[in-house]
Write a protein that binds this ligand. Sequence first.
Ligand code: 5RP
Length: 226
Amino acid sequence: MTNQDNAKKLAGEASLSHIENGMTIGLGSGSTVYWMIRKLGEHVKAGLDVKGIPSSGQSVAWANEYGVPITDFSRTQRVDVAIDGADEVDGQWNLIKGGGGALVREKIIAVTARKFVVIVDESKLVSRLGDFMLPVEILPFGREVTAGRIAELGGLAKLRRNDDNGVFISDNGNYILDCDFGGIQEPKALHHQLKQLTGVVESGLFPGMADEVMVGYSDRVSVLHD
Ligand code: 5RP
């Protein structure tokens, strides 16, 4: 296992400290969350009574594989804690998410949760967001028009594709534009500008949304509080 993988594992497993019996847990997406779900499955087997609301098909599959019971928003609108990864985290708790293309469901879960815990390896900490191309989920119809509007805001938008060069389709049936804005000076303002564009479903900017960030290093976890 690489140092980075180990850091993800440590952060993912450490996040279980937020989980108590009876809780409903928002299950994020990505390779760091994988370790959290896997460990959570062990706790469930040992008797922990919790339910998870997964944010992606991938997280549903992992929850099923590791025996974490699943629920959804038709059964409960209470999420005690959401635990999710991120692609970038700055010093003001602004996040870029959506590297895995699950940003819409991840955000719905995060805004519903009483507590939003972000788990990352140290490579995700940045002084300013924007080296990572900002994922923006858009409706397929008129994608060229929407990309043009994003360009007017200063973002060079590239349609996300799969490894076989087919267009990437999100779990919601939409497209993802990976947008290069250079360094993002005002994450909150940019997020609101993007949200006002017809055709944009959601931006991968999560401005100031984390309640706690757990940072994995190769040999330890550091917890950053709000
Ligand atoms: C998926 C996400 C992930 O949380 C983000 O891409 C981080 O993934 P990883 O833990 O694999 O580095 O936002 O949409």
